[in-house]
Each structure stands twice: as C-alpha cells, then as structure tokens.
Design a protein around this ligand. Structure first.
Ligand code: NI
Length: 165
C-alpha cells in the first residue's frame, strides 16, 4: 500500500496518450492497489494511471454506490443520453466546470486475468468512466467544458458535491 504523487495540470504527462497494457505483472497489480489508495486518500471517485505519472491504459473508479471497478485497456461499446453537471478532477485541484456527457455508457475492459469484461454505467458512474477514459488520451475535462475552470470555493452551492474526482 502506497500513496503516489498526483500530477497536476501543467504537468506534460497529463497531455500524453497512454499505451495499452500488454500483460499483468506484479508491478501492474501494485500500481492498481496504489491507485485505489491514492484515490481514496484524496477522496476522489476515480483516478487514471497518467495522474500518477504512468502512461498505461488503466483507471480505477469507485462512485461509492456500486462495486469499485478497474478498467484496463477500456473501449467504449455504446453511449446514450445526456447529462450536464459540474465536474472536478484531482489533477485540477480546487476547480470545477460544467461538462455535458452521455448519461449512459457500456464499456469493455480487461480484468486482472486479461479476460474481457463489460461494465455499464449510468449517471455519475457514466460521467466518471468517461472522464477517466479521457485521461488515457491526454484529455482533461476542461477541454470538454462549456466554460473556463471556476474556483470551487467561490461557488458554495457546489461544495461537497463533485469538486474532486
Ligand atoms: Ni480527472
């Protein structure tokens, strides 16, 4: 168990495209465990490997109302609907912005045995899956937002909701 350093906006690693995972090594398992530890310690609901400086296609997600999931080489199978809400990111501390995304997503991933698994996400879980997958292609949510980043502190209505992800 280890907490890794979360990279923040301005760090070039956050703008890079990640490479697929080819096999699961002890190092991969440790990375995933550390990603969960780092995410929980920062009180986030998702974390992607580039946020801890590793350019591999791995995300961890725990939106609390469902089992935590690990995405390895995830691919979007389908999306539908639309939702608009404030979003935040552990790599953009203290900020938020309104982002419109699909409300429903089906994603195909590998598990730790390199077997294909499918996950379905609605609402916050869909938003989180899509946000984390964007990180794998070097995209921060601000690029999808309808407005510039705002300070979370200046918007008390939003506090405690989704300021960190
Ligand atoms: Ni993020």
């Amino acid at each position: 168990m280890a907490i890794r350093k979360i990279r923040v906006i301005g760090d070039p690693v956050l703008g890079k495209k990640c490479k697929p995972v080819k096999k699961i090594t002890d190092g991969t398992v440790t990375l995933i465990e550390d990603m969960f530890d780092t995410m929980y310690e920062a009180m986030g609901v998702g974390l992607a490997a580039p946020q801890v400086g590793i350019l591999r296609r791995i995300c961890v997600i725990d939106v609390m109302d469902d089992d935590p999931i690990v995405l390895i080489n995830p691919e979007i199978v389908e999306t539908s609907g639309e939702q608009t809400d404030d979003e935040g990111c552990l790599s953009v501390p203290g900020k938020c912005a309104s982002v419109t995304r699909p409300d429903h997503v089906v994603v195909r991933s590998l598990n730790l045995d390199m077997e294909e698994v499918t996950y379905v996400g609605d609402g916050l879980k869909a938003r989180c899956i899509l946000h984390e997958m964007d990180h794998l292609d070097g995209i921060l949510y601000g690029e999808r937002a309808s407005e510039p980043y705002r300070d979370v502190e200046n918007d008390p209505e939003e506090e405690g909701e989704w300021e960190e992800e």
